[in-house]
Design a protein around this ligand. Structure first.
Ligand code: FES
Ligand SMILES: [Fe+2]
Length: 473
């Protein structure tokens, strides 16, 4: 395979039209450095083996060499607000309980009875102690062993050895993480530069207002990678083009674990040959919203505006969103850039956590592998800022959609459900195609798919032992 032309300066192979940084310069407010400083590293153009998405052997390597050593997004604080609340978090062949302690702290423990192995809990709830439903071995909510019936029959077990094993726990802006094996970079280190970027956006003030999960018949990486680029918009989501500058998106990668896709909104795509002006951009958006969402009410849509002659659609939409958010949340949003109230600032933290940046509301994705490489669960949360002065409510419960249901069967997703269904038109057939590929290879774009390249590079480092367990020995 040919490599990238070494004489081409980095940054030369970009789409025509306003670059991301030109849009930042044109913003009606000074953009924070997090949105203006580029971070792109060319990582080669070699194809990737399709087997990574289809083979059980590779999935086993992920379970053994990657998942135990990465920080995993396990829950949000508002999922377990009260003392004794617990959440069952299951992924990659492991089951954990995340439990709220007397002092308000959070602990995580393996959700498996140390007698004969029953899962202690299969649903979220509230408990002071975890008593196994099989024979009654009991643990306190901090994971320490409490008692078993007929203690005289277990003289061979020392109480001190009977505490539930506990992974490490980390917390950041309302997100609770765990790492099964102790050691390695701290959560703060691992998330860099996310904590700096999100300082403005304060997700700790937000709560989960919507939470929908769905079984998808494709590998978890096939699905998550479809949310790492906006390159597919032109064919998969053409209705977005009048108001989404898909090919002008910015892509950034940092180190091994974090990347972002910055997708400008309220600007016409370079793929549209002839637009009809700034008002048309807004009208197309409103029209689309009305057509694709069952619970759409034009009267309540703050985006349904008249664009003043001296303003661009982006500026006018920025103004209306700033005002709406200020009113809705009680927090002053007058300093927020157009970008931070309009654009899709889709961050990814390796391997499967994707919080959108910007001000409210924010989408948060998580992808969890299935027990074969051919399916996964995709989860979508929307977190929104709780009105200033009001108590943060308990997070919304997870609604689960089966393989046969559609995202549009969760009407609370509104227009998002329709967009996700368009993605679902591809993903099962990607999985099928990868399994019958003649050359067994996939290719990535040098720029617009750099996040996928970084993700795959990092995964390979874990599998090869450059990162994770073996690297620490
Ligand atoms: S398996 Fe849990 S008490 Fe027996
Ligand atoms: Fe998509």
């Amino acid at each position: 395979m040919a490599d990238r032309d070494p004489n081409l300066p980095l940054g030369a192979d970009r789409c025509e039209g306003p670059s991301w940084n030109e849009l930042m310069e044109a913003d009606s407010r000074p953009a924070p450095e997090s949105l203006t400083s580029d971070s792109y590293e060319y990582r080669g153009s070699d194809p990737i083996p399709a087997e990574r998405y289809t083979s059980e052997e590779w999935a086993k390597l992920e379970r053994e060499r990657m998942w135990p050593y990465v920080w995993q997004f396990a829950a949000r604080e508002e999922d377990l607000p009260d003392i004794g609340d617990y959440v069952v978090f299951e992924n990659a062949g492991r089951s954990f309980l995340i439990s709220r302690q007397e002092d308000g702290s959070v602990r995580a423990m393996h959700n498996v009875c140390l007698h004969r192995g029953r899962k202690l809990r299969t649903e979220d709830g509230n408990a002071d102690k975890f008593t196994c439903p099989f024979h009654g071995f009991t643990w306190s909510k901090d994971g320490s062993f409490d008692h078993m019936p007929c203690k005289w029959d277990f003289r061979h077990l020392e109480d001190a050895d009977m505490d539930l094993p506990q992974p490490e726990v980390g917390q950041w802006q309302g997100y609770i993480f765990l790492r099964e094996e102790r050691g390695g970079p701290s959560l703060e280190e691992y998330l860099k530069p996310l904590p700096d970027h999100f300082e403005r956006w304060r997700h700790e003030e937000c709560t989960t207002v919507l939470y929908v999960a769905k079984e998808v018949p494709a590998n978890w990486k096939v699905v998550s990678e479809a949310f790492m680029e906006s390159y597919h918009t032109v064919v998969t989501h053409p209705q977005l083009l009048p108001f989404t500058a898909d090919s002008n998106s910015g892509y950034r990668t940092w180190g091994d674990h974090v990347n972002v896709n910055l997708v400008p909104f309220g600007v016409m795509s370079p793929h549209v040959e002839k637009g009809a002006g700034e008002q048309w951009i807004v009208d197309e958006f409103v029209k689309y919203n009305g057509r694709s969402s069952d619970n759409y009410e034009a009267a309540g849509d703050p985006m349904a505006i008249d664009v003043p002659d001296d303003k661009t659609a982006r500026e006018a939409l920025g103004n209306t969103m700033r005002e709406t958010y200020t009113e809705q949340t009680g927090y002053d949003h007058s300093h927020a850039t157009d970008s931070e109230v309009l654009d899709a600032l889709v961050y990814n933290v390796f391997p499967n956590f994707a919080p959108w940046g910007g001000f409210m509301p924010n989408i948060v994705y998580r992808w969890l592998p299935g027990d074969t490489p051919d399916w996964c669960t995709m989860e979508v949360r929307v977190i929104a800022r709780t009105k200033k002065g009001e108590e943060k409510p308990r997070g919304a419960e997870r609604k689960f959609l089966t393989r046969d249901q559609k995202w549009t069967d969760a009407p609370e997703l509104g227009v998002l459900g329709h967009v996700f269904e368009q993605d679902m038109e591809n993903l099962p057939y990607v999985q099928e195609g990868l399994k019958c590929s003649k050359n067994g290879l996939v290719n990535y774009a040098n720029y617009q798919e750099i996040r996928i390249r970084q993700f795959q590079d990092t995964m390979k480092k874990y599998i090869d032992g450059e990162l994770g367990g073996p690297a620490r020995k």
